[in-house]
Structures are given as C-alpha cells and as structure tokens.
Design a protein around this ligand. Structure first.
Ligand SMILES: C[S@@+](CC[C@H](N)C(=O)[O-])C[C@H]1O[C@@H](n2cnc3c(N)ncnc32)[C@H](O)[C@@H]1O
Length: 264
C-alpha cells in the first residue's frame, strides 16, 4: 500500500539522488569517531576497529534490534543503506546471511573491504532504497539504520521493505525523531545534522514524529516504536558526564532515534 500523504510531501528529482550519493561518498559515515585521530588510514584494520568499538559504545541498543530480527522466518537479511558495513558485520558474526545496498559506491567499497578483513561472507552492491532491485518476498528480515530520513520518499522506501519481506518477515528501521532534545538543540544553534567533521551538510535530513511513523508503516501487522539515544559522540564530554540513569530516562522520551520494530 502506498502512502500518498508522505509521497506528495517529497520531490523525486533524479539530481537529488546524485546529490545524496555524492555527499555520502565525500563524507563517509562514522568518520566522526575519528575526528581526533587524523593519522588513522581510511579502510585500515585500525580504522574499522575504532569505528566498531565506538558503535558498540554509542549504539547501546543494537542487541535489542538484533534479537528482534533473530526471530524472523529466516536469517536472510537485507541491509538498506549499509554504509561501510559495520552493522552488517555484526549481523554476519551472528550468523545472518547479509546483503547490503547503498547509493554510495565509496561506502560499498568500504563494506567489501571490511568483510574481507574479517573473512566473512557478505554481498554488497549499489542500490536505491526507494526502488530496491530484489523481487517480492526475497528476505526474511530487513534492517535500515539512519538512512531513510536521508532520502526524499521515506514512505516509498518503507513500502519497498514491506514488498521484499516474506510473510511474517521482520524489519528494524531507525529514523530521526522530531520531538527530541537533539532536534531542539540543532534548531536553536542552527547547526546542520551531518556536518560535524566537514562544513557541508547532508542534502536531506528529515525528522519524524511517532504519528508520522505509524502512518508510513500502517501496512505492517506489528509496529512497535521505541525512542533511544538522547545524544552521542557529537556532544563530546557532555555524553560521558551525563548520569546514565538520566540519559536512559530522557532517551525514552526525547531521544533522537525512533527505533521501529516491524512485522509483516
Ligand atoms: C548516515 S549513513 C548510515 C549508514 C549506515 N547505516 C550506518 O549506520 O553506518 C546514511 C547512508 O544512507 C545512504 N543512503 C541515503 N539515501 C539512500 C537511498 N535512497 N538508497 C540507499 N542508500 C541511501 C547513504 O549513501 C549513506 O551511506
């Protein structure tokens, strides 16, 4: 089922996808974790180890996402917007059979290199979330983390997830939360969302409410939304000095990540 409200809200100019691709190819995701380590060589084992450790620290709820996906009808997983393959690697280590697509060829190269370094099987290829190149019912589970708010037609991409899942298949999607502390801070400071290392910002960064998400995911039988991640590495020392109990409570209310657990 298409969702006209959200599709109408967005434009689909082909140049838009070129801009998105080029932005992410110039600004590989996760390099914020290396901003104080300029001598680390991109694509080296050290580079990936630093990124993997940082993600274990900041994406503290990864295990609840993987537990949800583990109960899928099969562990054949499609990651949409796989970036440099860091989460795909953890899924592969947990015995998922991983295919990753991303608009950026630079990210795909990184993901292939990462899997080679860790001697794990995984398939990576360029692809667009809004027009996924696989047939209906091709995957037992789909994962997409921090991607679909960077594409113009988020609702169309969610329809694609529904389409490629087998019946009772499961998905996890992370989208940015509109009613969050981080969105408020960025509004006050007028800072972009994805420009911490360089000065340019991502061409598109949408933010959604839980109501928006329920509307875009209405075709799924189950749609549970949790709010996580009050803030992360961008807040530097504030992150480490925030009492964990306060961080956890506020994350559940005004966290930056809407983590969406879906079942077809
Ligand atoms: C913030 S990064 C997240 C990457 C990865 N999921 C992670 O957590 O490290 C956003 C990614 O989404 C990809 N992307 C944006 N729009 C896309 C689309 N329409 N189809 C496929 N990938 C897309 C970008 O190329 C980029 O790699």
């Amino acid at each position: 089922m298409q969702n006209a409200e959200f599709d109408a809200q967005n434009q689909t100019d082909p140049q838009c996808y070129t801009n998105i691709t080029e932005f992410w190819s110039r600004n590989p995701n996760n390099e914020i974790y290396l901003r104080d380590l300029p001598s680390v060589i991109p694509g080296s084992k050290e580079y990936f180890e630093i990124i993997l450790a940082a993600r274990r620290k900041y994406i503290y709820y990864f295990s609840s996402m993987s537990e949800w996906l583990k109960e899928s009808p099969s562990k054949k997983l499609l990651e949409i917007g796989c970036g440099m393959g860091t989460d795909a690697l953890v899924f592969a280590q947990k015995d998922f059979s991983v295919t990753g697509i991303d608009l950026s060829p630079v990210h795909i190269d990184f993901a292939e290199r990462l899997f080679k370094l860790y001697s794990l099987p995984g398939k990576f290829m360029e692809g667009n979330a809004e027009n996924v190149q696989f047939k209906n019912s091709s995957f037992g589970c789909v994962y997409s983390f921090g991607v679909l708010h960077h594409t113009p037609n988020t609702a169309r991409a969610i329809n694609e997830i529904y389409r490629v899942l087998v019946p009772t298949g499961r998905a996890v999607i992370m989208l940015y939360h509109k009613n969050s502390l981080n969105n408020f801070v960025h509004w006050i400071t007028r800072r972009g969302f994805e420009n911490v290392v360089n000065t340019e910002d991502a061409p598109i960064t949408q933010r959604f409410t839980k109501k928006d998400v329920r509307s875009m995911c209405s075709q799924f039988r189950v749609c549970n939304i949790r709010t996580e991640y009050l803030y992360g590495v961008g807040y530097k020392f504030i992150y480490d000095y925030t009492p964990r109990i306060l961080f956890n409570i506020l994350s559940k209310i005004i966290g930056w990540h809407l983590v969406i657990y879906l079942k077809k």
